[in-house]
Design a protein around this ligand. Structure first.
Ligand code: Q46
Ligand code: ZN
Length: 310
């Protein structure tokens, strides 16, 4: 097996691209895919300040590394979720990566800074852990970006993640979710721009990127992820991909180029009704935003009416 670019012995084959690469050319391929995603979706420019949402896993650490390799100014934000040994290990990996590469890392701890952890939030609000966790992370990343003067929040969602979410949204025909599923969501009043520069790269590519560069990442899956329906969708898509290489990427890319426009109008219907949360100032349709309402219920304050958007 020879590298498609330089004909040296290859270390990885990518059936979807009908290609194999040596180490250097594979790293070049990853940079190229991110560069193309940034340009294709006009995610940001060289002058923009980027806040990378880092979890200590392969995707977010690789994303941070790739953005710096491409010359962007990117700081990291890690949110400690209080999920026992999993969170401890994730924070160690994230801090070590930032130290090794001389990068600026901001850290927020849900237990220390906000008085709760994901499991307690899930139990007290009778939500699925990922629901409480996702709501908290979205709010805190957005807040940190606005307060820190960043132009954009970048997350490590990769091709496999996005294809699985798309399959779920299509299976349930969720027009609002389909309208919001796009690699770039523009900034609106009170919300920073959000981008997903890894949409052209799969999970296996991100793991290989880290291994080849000696980036030590958290290899354990979050223990709360069990039962998450997206894991099932990933398995289904992987079966399809094994039968027909390239079908997963085509499913996602065709949605972005040909399907998304039909749902765009369904994405932003609540904008006019938003005003500032009385607790934190974030846009919401209620008196307090969903994050402040969740926090109040979990730590024992009395919630006011619950906002729908956060
Ligand atoms: S960290 Fe949080 Fe994920 Fe764990 S609780 Fe679910 S959402 S699975 S990205
Ligand atoms: Zn609030």
């Amino acid at each position: 097996m020879k590298c498609r670019r330089c004909r040296q012995p290859a270390v990885i084959d990518l059936r979807r691209h009908n290609a194999a690469f040596c180490s250097d050319c594979f790293l070049h391929h990853c940079r190229e895919q991110v560069r193309r995603a940034i340009s294709e979706f006009s995610m940001f420019g060289p002058e923009d300040r980027i806040l990378v949402a880092v979890s200590g896993g392969k995707d977010s650490l690789a994303l941070w590394h790739l953005l710096r390799e491409l010359g962007y100014s990117a700081d990291g934000l890690y949110i400690g979720l209080g999920i026992g040994g999993y969170s401890e290990e994730s924070e160690i990996r994230t801090r070590a990566f930032a130290d090794d590469h001389g990068l600026t890392l901001r850290v927020i701890s849900l237990p220390e800074d906000h008085g709760y952890d994901v499991e307690t939030a899930a139990q007290r609000t009778r939500r699925a852990p990922c629901g409480a966790c996702g709501l908290s992370k979205r709010h805190l990343f957005n807040r940190a970006a606005l307060d820190g003067g960043y132009d954009v929040v970048a997350t490590g969602h990769n091709l496999d993640d996005e294809a699985a979410v798309l399959l779920g949204n299509v299976l349930h025909w969720e027009p609002g979710y389909l309208g919001r599923q796009y690699p770039v969501l523009p900034a609106t009043e009170g919300f920073a721009r959000k981008v997903k520069p890894l949409v052209r790269l799969g999970e296996r590519e991100m793991a290989a990127y880290c291994v080849l560069l000696g980036i030590e990442y958290q290899v354990e899956e979050c223990p709360m992820a069990e039962g998450n329906r997206h894991l099932g969708y990933k398995e289904v898509l992987n079966d399809l991909e094994a039968r027909s290489p390239g079908s997963k990427a085509a499913f996602l890319a065709s949605f972005f180029s040909r399907g998304h426009e039909f749902f765009r109008d369904a994405a932003g219907g609540e904008q006019e009704a938003l005003h500032g949360c009385v607790e934190c100032g974030s846009p919401t349709t209620g008196e307090v935003c969903a994050f402040c309402a969740l926090r109040a219920r979990v730590v024992g304050d009395t919630p006011v009416t619950i906002g729908r958007k956060d």
